[in-house]
Write a protein that binds this ligand. Structure first.
Ligand SMILES: NC(=O)c1ccc[n+]([C@@H]2O[C@H](COP(=O)([O-])OP(=O)(O)OC[C@H]3O[C@@H](n4cnc5c(N)ncnc54)[C@H](O)[C@@H]3O)[C@@H](O)[C@H]2O)c1
Length: 364
């Protein structure tokens, strides 16, 4: 039985991870730590409020005393570290918070883990610190460049990617210098339920439902490798159960798509969904799909993001061969699940959009 501290648990991947873990390992203790920034929503975990093996703590990963107390009080043996500032656009307009949370925050967490697991009298032999990182640390690929593997040199281009790269190095250093048992996963773009509507896929889906224009950066030819969020969680699960300490694992869906093609695919999927379900026209009357105009009429090209990386692609052969990782969703099945979730969870995203969701722990 594990006792997990999950940081950033009220964000997109953190929420899905907690749900994934709760479903599969009901006896494990989960302590969810999240400072509830704009991207965190405690209501995501509200269904667990009466679960005796679950606790939600509103707090900051930079609060080392708080983290130390949590590690001690709950006898945590595993940290799964998702908490981060995660939106590249925001890192361009305001990089400081990214450095604060992603670098200083990760370091603070490492110091707390070292103090409790390595430096105390009852040193915990079987601890595990798993750091969740991104493929963006490797920079950008040309159209014919080989996908990123674990030995690809780091070349981050955005302040977000640079801050994640720095945090990866700190995790490595705490392993190499102090013997903290760490692993790191560098994953490609995730999509799925609970993703904050500033990111490409939910933004497109909601704008199609609401009849708002779909902004596509530049010519939309940037390539990303898409992975359904629970496949990422499966990969983390495998690393936690069988990964080798000090190793890093690249995780991807082997599913490269140009942004414009992703947007067009979403448009055609939503067109078909409105065709096959008449009730959607009443529920979302402002959507062009309700007026048989075709969602693609909403596509609007906007000025490109500065320093926009051209292509990301992940070589996931290491985790596939050593840990038997196999993604279970295709892009088609994962997108269907994602679209259905946003269609059927309108109050979740409306509350975010109008800023009225209650985010405090007491409101869970
Ligand atoms: N979304 C992706 O496509 C993707 C891909 C690869 C890796 N990742 C990594 O996965 C992790 C989670 O990403 P996400 O998309 O769920 O992000 P997110 O922005 O949806 O969630 C981040 C969560 O961290 C919390 N948080 C932020 N600062 C905090 C702090 N100082 N203390 C405590 N909590 C804090 C936020 O409140 C939020 O709930 C990040 O580390 C990100 O770099 C994301």
């Amino acid at each position: 039985m594990k006792k997990l501290l999950v940081t950033g648990a009220a964000g997109f991947i953190g929420t899905n991870f907690v749900n994934y873990w709760r479903e599969r390992k009901p006896k494990d203790i989960i302590v969810a730590l999240d400072s509830l920034t704009y991207a965190g929503n405690a209501i995501n975990l509200g269904h667990l409020r009466h679960d005796p093996t679950f606790a939600f703590i509103e707090g900051d990963i930079r609060d080392q005393q708080l983290v130390t107390d949590l590690l001690n009080n709950y006898q945590i043996d595993t940290i799964v570290h998702f908490a981060a500032e995660s939106h590249v656009d925001r890192s361009i307009t305001g990089p400081d918070t990214f450095l604060e949370t992603n670098i200083t925050g990760t370091h603070s967490l490492l110091k707390a883990a070292k103090k409790v697991w390595l430096d105390s009298n009852d040193r915990l032999g079987h601890h595990h610190f798993h750091h969740v990182s991104t493929d963006e640390v490797y920079g950008s690929l040309t159209d014919d460049g080989a996908p990123f593997c674990e030995t690809t040199p780091y070349a981050p281009n955005s302040p977000y990617a640079a801050s994640k790269a720095a945090s990866d190095h700190l995790v490595r250093a705490y392993n190499q210098t102090f013997g903290l048992k760490t692993t790191t996963s560098n994953c490609s773009n995730n999509y799925g339920p609970f993703q904050f509507p500033e990111k490409l896929l939910p933004l497109c889906i909601l704008n199609i439902l609401l009849g708002k224009s779909i902004p596509v950066y530049g010519d939309g030819q940037q390539i990303r490798d898409w992975l359904f969020v629970d496949d990422h969680n499966t990969a983390i699960d495998l690393v936690l159960s069988s990964g080798r300490h000090s190793e890093t694992y690249n995780v991807g869906g082997n599913n490269e798509m140009r942004n414009l093609d992703v947007v067009k695919l979403l448009c055609s999927l939503l067109d078909s969904q409105f065709d096959s379900d008449e009730t959607l026209k009443q529920r979302y009357p402002h959507s062009p799909c309700a007026q048989n105009n075709g969602a693609a009429s909403l596509i609007s090209f906007v000025q490109d993001r500065p320093g926009h990386d051209v292509r990301y692609a992940v070589d996931a052969s290491k985790i596939k061969s050593t840990l038997k990782f196999v993604p279970s969703e295709t892009f088609a099945t994962g997108l269907k699940k994602t679209i259905d979730w946003y269609i059927n969870n309108r109050s979740w995203w409306e509350n975010i959009k109008n800023g009225s969701y209650r985010k405090k722990r007491s409101d869970m």
